[in-house]
Design a protein around this ligand. Structure first.
Ligand code: SAM
Length: 220
């Protein structure tokens, strides 16, 4: 019998944000596949979890997927975790999940935090229908096209962005949408958590004078 792949959500910052079931699962499995084992070790130490961990990240995922599949087909159980939140959302998790399904390995989700829902529900923007775009393209033309398509929608849009590209992203939003009200969620659940609800031009002005730090979510 093949083993099971558990897709385990972990905190997006505050280490207290983990479920009992996630901790039990991380203790019980044979192996943890983590995006960054050093990062995950902080969480494992906090909860006294001694399960061995191996890395599974963007640049080794093809080789590591073969290894993890072999382990699973031998009947062992593996927990997949990412650096933050729910594995498979804008991180390399998708590939191993798909391969497991294709090889009749059972996939069991252990739900918990996800940055996009945490930001959406605190934004005050309509939540009845929304679209999640993840990270926009790093090519300017493509990024503006993506924004132009989003503008045609009548749904709230959620984007992920890094600190070094946030100002550029906001300038593109201003160009495509005009000076609309947006929400910027930064460092959610962490010490410097900040949720800004303001015009795009105000966010741009703020982050041109205050160096952007941490992780960002833009809600349009
Ligand atoms: N798998 C994760 C999830 O469940 O949301 C997302 C991983 S993705 C590689 C990382 C991006 O998520 C960051 O660039 C940022 O846009 C967003 N993010 C993650 N943690 C966050 C936090 N604490 N506050 C704000 N944004 C966060």
């Amino acid at each position: 019998m093949p083993g099971t792949l558990y897709v385990v959500s972990t905190p997006i910052g505050n280490l207290g944000d983990i479920t009992f079931r996630a901790v039990e699962t991380l203790k019980a499995v044979d192996l943890i596949a983590a995006e960054d084992t050093r990062h995950t070790k902080i969480l494992l130490d906090r909860y006294g979890i001694n399960t061995p961990a191996t890395s599974y990240f963007e640049y080794n995922k093809i080789r590591k997927t073969e290894y993890l599949l072999k382990v699973l087909l031998e009947g062992k159980s593996v927990a997949l975790v990412s650096d933050a939140g729910t594995p498979g959302i804008s991180d390399p998790g998708y590939k191993i999940i798909r391969i497991c399904i294709d090889n009749n390995v059972q996939v069991v989700p252990i739900p918990g935090p996800s940055a996009l829902l945490t930001a959406l529900v605190s934004s005050g923007k309509p939540t009845d229908k929304f679209t999640f775009e993840g990270f926009l393209s790093n090519k300017t033309g493509k990024r503006k096209n993506q924004l132009a398509k989003l503008k045609e929608e009548d749904r709230t849009a959620v984007l992920y962005e890094s600190p070094h590209r946030i100002v550029q992203c906001l300038e593109d939003v201003l160009e495509v949408y005009g000076d609309i009200e947006i929400v910027l969620a930064r460092e959610l659940t962490k010490k410097f958590e900040e949720i800004r609800r303001e015009k795009v031009s105000a966010s741009i002005a703020h982050f041109k004078t205050n160096k952007p730090r941490g992780e960002f979510i833009v809600i349009i």
